[in-house]
Design a protein around this ligand. Structure first.
Ligand code: NAP
Length: 478
């Protein structure tokens, strides 16, 4: 099937070339998607800019009603959306379904929050002055999203942008544009005014350079790697665009000696293996107190050995494919490096390839490495795969130092039954998010985001809508 890009309120005929989208579990071609040109991008921006002039003046109620209709349609179509997601991303079907519902929650939440964008009156220093502050939409927003969450990363941006009165252009990842295209069929059914939502596919660098040079694009919102995030930060300075970046992570998970071990195991599995470990908030380093190390490792290994690996549509499968060869090579390289430097392979450490396409069809067994130390690449680099490196510590301060020894600062997790330790450690971890006795932290109403090289800004909750608003000060002399 050949797909089209979406702007000016409908799917557009495409005259240029296309690129292929593959099933990462077997290499089958799923469809062909437009390789949009610079001129397509210019037309999309033109339409979104015109759309903004109209959309910004509509009432919050009008905008939010349309978002709510979109939510209803997504819920109605959730199984179809989830099937497409498993086909193009490989994650187990139930995980895809979970992501659709999670992603839909942003539409619902911002369809409510969009009605609560309030200004302020501030007491002036002169009797004849009035100081008013109003919140206004930033303008035309361009969003770029990764392949690991093909749906939720889009709605987490689109919903607050539209609710705030901005118009929105999305460029999904090349590996997973089909879920986004299916979602835009629903956008079309809702009947948003022309230019309010647009979707473009094609060469990321080319399309983004067009948007970066255009001063009508007032904001860039990006989820992806830290390397690309840094590049976008530089490029956006040309026209001083507002910018939100959700970048890489390197989450520590600390198990203190007073932890409830079963809870810690549950949290480790939940935070590590979703989407085959290809998650920015996935646990990347487990730090375990030496006193409970053996018990934790024994219980963890027992659970990891039970995990079924395979095609995401098969019953009971917990681990799907790695997205591509580059991904599997990175995982394998980190595991081999750790073993060479003295880590013990407890389980896993093997990959298998299915199909004839060398780039896709790669599976990696869930892996545990024990005795990981600071000199190994896995200690510092984001793995993006189903590998648990285990590191031991002797006291609380050492655990905190190990956890913070990274340029990243997205998610972190720790397990303790001590209330005092809970407060102290939560304060000392240099991370934007902390899971305390839990490995599952994402929620539409909570502020998601990182510090240090993990990004700028927050998505979700009332914090998320602020990213799409400007503060205007009006001073009246009477
Ligand atoms: P990536 O290479 O940075 O790609 C992400 C998006 O950026 C894709 O749409 C990609 O387009 C686009 N892109 C690539 N090069 C670009 C350029 N020069 N200019 C503009 N856009 C460009 O990241 P990835 O490997 O797909 O995703 C994994 C990374 O995302 C990990 O580091 C992960 O931690 C991070 N992530 C962060 C969060 C968070 O919320 N903090 C959530 C999920 C993932 P193409 O696909 O067309 O190349």
């Amino acid at each position: 099937m050949k797909y089209s890009i979406f702007y000016d309120g409908s799917f557009q005929e495409h005259e240029g070339d296309y690129f292929k989208v593959y099933d990462p579990s077997n290499g089958n071609v799923l469809g062909e998607v437009p390789n949009a040109s610079e001129s397509d991008m210019e037309k999309t921006i033109e339409s979104a800019y015109k759309g903004f002039e109209f959309w910004r003046d509509k009432t919050a109620e009008y905008r939010c009603d349309l978002l709510e209709k979109l939510y209803d349609l997504v819920i109605e179509e959730k199984e179809n959306l989830a099937k497409i997601m498993t086909m193009e991303n490989g994650k187990p079907y139930l995980e895809s379904l979970g992501e659709i519902v999670y992603g839909a929650n942003f539409l619902k939440w911002y369809s409510e929050e969009g009605k609560r964008i309030y200004g302020q009156f501030i007491p002036a220093s002169s009797e004849n002055k009035r100081i008013m502050v109003r919140k206004q939409p930033v303008g035309l927003v361009y969003g770029i999203t990764p392949w690991n969450f093909p749906f939720a990363m889009i709605t987490r941006k689109l919903a607050p942008a539209l609710a705030a009165g901005c118009t929105f252009i999305i460029k999904p990842a090349a590996e997973t544009p089909l879920t986004a295209l299916k979602f835009f069929e629903l956008v079309e059914r809702v009947g948003f005014p022309k230019g309010v939502c647009s979707l473009i596919t094609g060469d990321a660098k080319t399309l983004t350079e067009v948007a970066m040079k255009d001063s009508r694009v007032r904001k860039i919102t990006f989820t992806g790697s830290t390397a690309v995030g840094k590049l976008l930060m530089k490029q956006s300075s040309e026209t001083v665009k507002k910018i939100s970046l959700e970048l890489g992570g390197h989450a520590p998970l600390i198990v203190f000696d007073d932890a409830d071990i079963d809870k810690a195991i549950k949290g480790t599995l939940a935070s590590k293996f979703r989407n085959c470990g290809q998650v920015c908030i996935a646990t990347n380093r487990v730090l375990v107190h030496e006193k409970i190390h053996d018990l934790y490792l024994e219980k963890l290994t027992e659970q990891v050995l039970k995990m079924k690996i395979g095609n995401g549509f098969e019953d009971q499968v917990k681990i799907g494919p790695v997205i591509n060869k580059k991904g599997v090579d990175k995982i394998d390289g980190q595991v081999k490096d750790a073993i060479e430097k003295g880590a013990k392979l407890v389980c896993g450490g093997e990959s298998k390839h299915v199909g004839d396409n060398d780039d896709v069809g790669h599976f990696y067994k869930p892996t545990i490495l024990d005795g990981v130390t600071r000199d190994m690449a896995i200690f510092y680099d984001e793995t993006f795969g189903p590998v648990i490196p285990v590191i031991t510590f002797k006291d609380d301060q050492e655990a905190i130092d190990l956890a913070n020894d990274t340029p990243y600062g997205l998610a972190s997790y720790f397990f303790t039954e001590s209330i005092s330790k809970a407060f102290v450690v939560a304060e000392k971890l240099d991370y934007g998010m902390v899971g305390l006795n839990t490995g599952a932290i994402s929620a539409a109403q909570a502020p998601f985001g990182g510090v240090k090289e993990s990004g700028i800004g927050r998505e979700g909750g009332h914090f998320g809508i602020e990213e799409y608003l400007e503060t205007k000060y009006v001073c009246l002399e009477i």
